[in-house]
Design a binder for this molecule. Structure first.
Ligand code: GDP
Length: 304
């Protein structure tokens, strides 16, 4: 139901206009199928997904009359097929702390999403340490410190302008040494086109692994590299997914700001083109406005 509320705008586009397309007992022909395609495109699901939905409907129903429920059933089936790998859980460490690195462009919702993750894991009774790796912006460290205090998590900060990799190192060490369950490491926002800054993410990633190995031999970290994407960024979110997944070895997506956008369909091509599972969705500005992503729930919410 959280999903449903969040996807309301996307659903409104799909539902109202899909009903319009089938009314008056039209036969499924090319014009009909192009209307389906155009409608799907408006949700930002991308050309490949929209084409597949159209083609699947064409295969099943060409030259026939269809009901609204036929269209919805077919579209759901197609999206489920596309997003098969999209329902992954967080990859928790088998033993010791789970180290989660968080990356993304400025303004995507990184800080808020970290607060939501902390809230989620604290609610589960886990102990959490944060690494304030955005040493570039003093305000980012301050903001994260406020959340850490409010949510009762340890936080490791460095001096302004200090090496973010050293903060990541210290946070990783603290996670193992202080027996935390979860360690979340922030990084400064950057654009996927800034290649030196993209390389830096690779370096931070390697240093986290080194730190984990120093404290606990044979560990592999980080366990997750979550890319936070702004769902309202539409197709630009796709180019971010491409740039970051290559440079930072991303393992999953947090799709923030899914509330209030008609472009919720963007989760589909992210999954289809980059094989990156959407792990969480952001549904508002408060720490509890967050949900685990689930393909079936998503598909049902999208079309119902
Ligand atoms: P950062 O620069 O990536 O750290 O972005 P912030 O976490 O500071 O978020 C930028 C803005 O987006 C803030 O005003 C947040 O309150 C807002 N925001 C973040 N996530 C969500 C979400 O899921 N839904 C809504 N509606 N707003 C969000």
């Amino acid at each position: 139901s959280k999903f449903k509320t969040a996807l309301k705008k996307t659903v409104n586009v799909l539902n109202t206009d899909l009903r319009d397309i089938v009314k008056e007992g039209r036969l499924v022909d090319d014009a009909f199928l192009e209307e389906i395609f155009a409608l799907m495109i408006r949700t930002d699901m991308g050309v490949a997904s929209a084409s597949k939905i159209r083609d699947d409907i064409g295969k099943k129903f060409r030259a026939r009359k269809v009901e609204f429920s036929d269209l919805v059933g077919s579209a759901k089936e197609t999206v489920r097929e596309i997003m098969q790998q999209g329902s992954a859980d967080v990859n928790f460490a088998e033993s010791g702390p789970t180290i989660i690195m968080v990356v993304g462009v400025n303004g995507a919702g990184k800080t808020t999403s970290i607060a939501k993750l902390v809230y989620r894991y604290k609610e589960m009774g886990k102990s959490v340490v944060l690494g304030a790796g955005d040493t570039f912006r003093a305000a980012a460290v301050e903001q994260l410190t406020v959340w850490a205090n409010r949510l009762n998590a340890e936080i490791i900060t460095g001096k302004s302008g200090s090496d973010p990799a050293s903060v990541a190192w210290q946070a990783t060490e603290a996670a193992y040494n202080n027996d935390h369950d979860i360690c979340i490491i922030d990084t400064a926002g950057r654009l996927q086109t800034q290649s030196n800054l993209m390389d830096e993410l690779g370096r931070i990633n390697r240093l986290i692994n080194k730190a984990a190995n120093k404290v606990s031999e044979g560990s592999t970290a980080p366990h997750e590299v979550l890319l936070v994407l702004d769902a309202t960024a539409g197709q630009n979110a796709l180019s971010q997914a491409k740039g970051f997944s290559e440079a930072a070895n991303c393992t999953g997506i947090v799709l923030a700001k899914l509330d209030g956008t008609a472009k919720g369909g963007v989760a589909i091509p992210i999954c289809q083109e980059f094989g990156l599972p959407v792990k969480f969705i952001g549904l508002g500005e408060t720490p509890d406005a967050f949900a685990k992503f689930d393909v079936d729930t998503f598909v049902d919410a999208l079309f119902d």
